[in-house]
Write a protein that binds this ligand. Structure first.
Ligand code: AGP
Length: 612
């Protein structure tokens, strides 16, 4: 997913742009560039890291206090200098940075060619730059902002853009449809970015653009309008992101920092919601819709990736405790099929970023069908947070590592609070069971801290299996989705092929894979499935498989049986996923580091998939 930064104000723009691009690196990218407006437009862009761009522009003595910058995650056209952003229009009047996809770019490109435009790159963004210039050249009445409006009216697809015009060198024009943009309000200066991380610590006042919004930003003010040129009301949001969240501290990688943050981020998630001495779980964001939720004929949960694994855990929780039918759907499937949904149904959308294109498209479909839409999201002001009818923020803080860890456990924490509260409201659990579940949840942070003490032990296990080519993860009940999550963590940061499976499925296929080259991670706490999972372990051992077992502390039987064990504290089954996942996060992390992988920015991946 690309990153956009823009600045207009009293200071030199270049340092602001470069620092902002560094704060956006976590989104994943292959090239970077900047454009500065200082009488004329100067553009510098190249394949590679922001640090290489910084080196490249150092000797250029670039001046100007209006500028835009971009980190590119290639969609149209391979990663290269010429395909990097910013893209200029043919005459060089306009410079554009863009996050998103213009689906009708080839038709627009052909039409522009008929009007004499030539192209340097393979990108859809250069088409947009020339389309803006085309309209700008129609007559002298057309200003830069009108030209942008006219061009965007022809675009099919998603965009977040920032535009500079060398003939109107006192303004920065931004617009969005489908790809987020935020404006940071400074003192006589304005910042624009794809998300709030570059402005955290600089300003706490931000404006999130909505779809079809456009802003014309000048040094001392800005106008917000829509693409039909009508004024749009302004909502200033107070940013609760702290600058400290943006650095790694004593950790080598953001991912490790975020794994270690989980006990306190879960405590943050509890704040104002769970207090063992207080009779009720409070989910303020759902207060007005709980009656409708309690009447729901079914709950559908829609998400992608790790968030989808949280949804699978929620299915067990809601059905077991609140006795409500639950269906879990991949957003990328849900959005294209014809789901049977109506006013009596509730659809929960889970998304760390709140900007995942498939999840947002599924949300819009569910709203059209009349269902009650709820969001469980980690980013205040995100599209998902603003477009769902109600929801719960996970409060995990900024998650920089592409591989989601603390956001996942925060999602599962919220979903557990939600299921337990709903069960109590519906009377499907008694007071005693309710109080036990509340106590068990409240103990999670302390128990996770104990698990983190096994980090060195887990690192030693990682060293034994870092050269594996494949891996199998097994779990039963709510620990089956945890097996899926453990496998995803390993594959996405170490590039080892890993599969998660319901342990009961072994005999239906995966057992054919077992040999002494295949590490098999089995989540085997002392729960209702214990005997069954123990026989799965024996089946693996009988075929010379190496078993890494996540076990309840003190389980001597499994210590004997498994090749390696990682102990976790005993807990209630309803909260076991929040404990069992931590060793799997650490195992994946250490294996990836030992393999020399880019843990925080794995190849081909983006932190938020804002395109299809
Ligand atoms: C998880 O480690 C991955 N980065 C990815 O699967 C992610 O969970 C997925 O893209 C969904 O993102 P979201 O939660 O921001 O919607």
């Amino acid at each position: 997913m690309c990153g956009i930064i823009g600045y207009i104000g009293k200071n030199e723009a270049l340092p602001v742009l470069l620092n902002g691009l560094k704060k956006l690196e976590y989104r994943g990218y292959d090239s970077a560039g900047v454009a500065l407006l200082n009488g004329s437009l100067e553009v510098f862009k190249k394949l590679g890291k922001v640090s290489e761009l910084e080196e490249f522009v150092k000797s250029k003595n670039l001046k100007g206090n209006i500028g835009i910058g971009h980190t590119r995650w290639a969609t149209h056209g391979e990663p290269s200098d010429v395909n990097a952003h910013p893209h200029q229009s043919q005459s060089g009047i306009f410079s554009v940075v863009h996050n998103g996809i213009i689906e009708n770019y080839s038709q627009l490109k052909n039409e522009l060619r008929e009007h004499g435009f030539e192209f340097q790159s393979e990108t859809d963004t250069e088409v947009l730059a020339n389309l803006i210039e085309y309209f700008y050249n129609q007559n002298d009445e057309v200003t830069a902002e009108i030209a942008v409006q006219l061009a965007l009216s022809k675009v099919v697809g998603a965009y977040g853009i920032a535009v500079l015009c060398s003939r109107e060198d006192d303004k920065l024009i931004v617009a969005r449809r489908g790809s987020p943009l935020v404006i940071g309000l400074g003192d006589g200066e304005y910042y624009v970015a794809s998300d709030a991380s570059p402005v955290a610590g600089i300003t706490s006042q931000v404006v999130y653009l909505n779809d079809n919004d456009m802003a014309i930003i000048q040094r001392n003010n800005f106008t917000l309008k829509n693409l039909e040129n009508n004024p749009v009301s302004l909502t200033i949001t107070n940013l609760d992101m702290k600058i400290g969240e943006m650095d790694k501290g004593e950790f080598e990688h953001y991912m490790l920092k975020e794994i270690y943050e989980q006990p306190q981020t879960i405590e943050e998630t509890f704040k104002g919601r769970l207090n063992p001495d207080y009779p009720d779980i409070v989910l303020g964001g759902l207060i007005n819709v709980f009656p409708r939720i309690a009447q729901a004929e079914k709950i559908v949960i829609v998400a992608c990736g790790t968030s989808w694994h949280a949804a699978l855990i929620a299915e067990y929780l809601f059905e077991e405790y609140a006795r409500v039918p639950v269906e879990v759907e991949y957003a990328s499937e849900f959005r294209y099929r014809k789901p049977v949904l109506g006013k009596t149904d509730v659809v929960i959308f889970i998304s760390q970023s709140g900007e995942t294109a498939d999840t947002l498209a599924a949300l819009r479909l569910a709203k059209e069908l009349g269902a009650l839409t709820l969001g469980i999201c980690n980013v205040v002001g995100s599209s998902l947070a603003r477009e769902t009818e109600a929801g719960v923020f996970t409060h995990a803080g900024v998650e920089i590592g592409v591989a989601s860890t603390k956001a996942f456990t925060a999602q599962v924490t919220v979903l557990t609070l939600f299921a337990v509260k709903l069960a109590k409201m519906k009377g499907t659990i008694g007071e005693e069971e309710y109080r036990e579940l509340v106590r068990e949840l409240a103990d999670i942070p302390a128990r996770e801290r104990l698990i983190l003490e096994s980090n060195e032990h887990i690192k030693q296990i990682a060293a034994k299996y870092k050269d594996a080519v494949n891996a199998l993860y097994l779990g039963r009940g709510m620990l089956f989705p945890v097996a899926l999550e453990g496998a995803l963590k390993l594959k996405e940061i170490s590039y080892i092929h890993a599969e998660g499976y319901a342990a009961g499925e072994m005999k239906h296929g995966p057992i054919a894979l077992i040999d002494d080259n295949l590490p098999v991670v089995v989540i085997a706490p002392r729960d209702a499935y214990y005997e069954k999972i123990m026989s799965n372990i024996q089946e693996v051992k009988a075929r010379k498989g190496n078993v890494i077992a996540v076990i309840t502390e003190g389980d001597t039987a499994l210590k004997e049986m498994a090749s390696d064990v990682i102990e976790i504290p005993r807990s209630h089954p309803a909260v076991a996923p929040l404990l069992a996942v931590v060793p799997l996060q650490l195992l994946a992390y250490h294996i990836a580091v030992m393999r020399g992988c880019n843990v925080d920015q794995p190849r081909n991946l983006a932190k938020s998939v804002t395109v299809e």
